[in-house]
Write a protein that binds this ligand. Sequence first.
Ligand code: KE4
Length: 427
Amino acid sequence: MAGSSSERLYRQAEKIIPGGVNSPVRSCRAVGTHPLFITSGRGSKIYDVDGNGYIDYVGSWGPLILGHAHPEVVAAVKAAAEQGTSFGIPTAREVELAQMITQLVPSMEMVRMVNSGTEATMSAIRLARGYTGRNKIIKFDGCYHGHADTLLIKAGSGAATLGIPGSAGVPPDFVRYTLSLRFNDLEQVATVMQEQGDDVAAIIIEPVAGNMGVVPPKPGFLEGLRHWCDETGAVLIFDEVMTGFRVALGGAQALYSVRPDLTCLGKVIGGGLPVGAYGGSRDVMSKVAPLGDVYQAGTLSGNPLAMSAGLTTLKLLSEPGVYDQLEERSSYLFDEMSRLAAKHNVTSTMHRVGSMGCLFFTDQTVVDFDTAQTTDTQRFAHMFCAMLERGVYLAPSQFEAAFVSLAHDKEDIEKTLAAANEVLKEI
Ligand code: KE4
């Protein structure tokens, strides 16, 4: 990419935007290169400022499960924009999307719209503390719940990628009530909950971790969290910002049949526009202002354009056979990638849940952040750059997920596998 328009834009961006990007993980520093600058996307493809096209497995980090510029989503946003972009006054669309979410995710009897996943998890934590009157929260190493102070310890995603699982600027007092345990270690959860459970406001977890690479829950792990929250009165929060409407229409809670008290959503429910949401039982949600005394607000919450994009996306995802198609395409892609790695004697392990997955370059069984970090990140970086040269755009970090959309067709997947075969042969 030397001398490319992307590189020239990046040099300009670096002068006035920290690191040249509006979100750290986009910087591609973890894979030893600089970011592309994109002009457009359509279906499974994105196109950079030099006119190069790529099969995109990032999909804006998860939202674009229908693919880029889906005509019905674009039409819905256009139509909404022609009526006005924002009112700060309720609209029917907010009620419609809330109705759809509460129908598709039965544990969410009530829901509040916000503008990002970070806002959703930050608000859910405050609500759990307000509802229980307790301070402590339990998260898990390698899980990432956005950049709210109280959750920025041993975080995954960009924090793990850049090796800063904490963050400067967060006073120790702000995280003194946050305990971070080992993902999939139910014994450790049991010990902590037996000792401190009466002081724990909430356990928050990505039910399928997607920010340390993809790490599924061990059988019984989520059920165990449900048990300990029932035992102690702590609130169980599923951060389904990534897994919501991704791994199943009802999210990971439907896939694993474990009912959280609160769920955080984002990404897919905005169809590519800024939307987050949190919701749960009527009992807990009734504490949220103006009904209750837990305050949370947002100028653009429930924005009509974003609601229109989200509504159209969920309606299309609710059509019969959608998740069967995603499963068929995703399983073929990831299973073939795994087969090619074995064929070329590349030490690796493939993880996939639904249409999100990743390849770890390690001989370890990856069950948590420590084992995920045994992966060879240099090898991953090599794969990222080599696949990019062959027109395939993977997430620019080992500690992320690759996403298959409904727009990825057989030709895309065969082209991806052909590129992977070449890359894994020489990696
Ligand atoms: P946002 O505030 O970025 O909308 O959502 C935060 C968040 C919360 N919970 C989970 C499980 C998440 O995955 C995220 C955000 N995901 C990252 C990618 N893994 C967003 C990409 C970025 O930070 O640029």
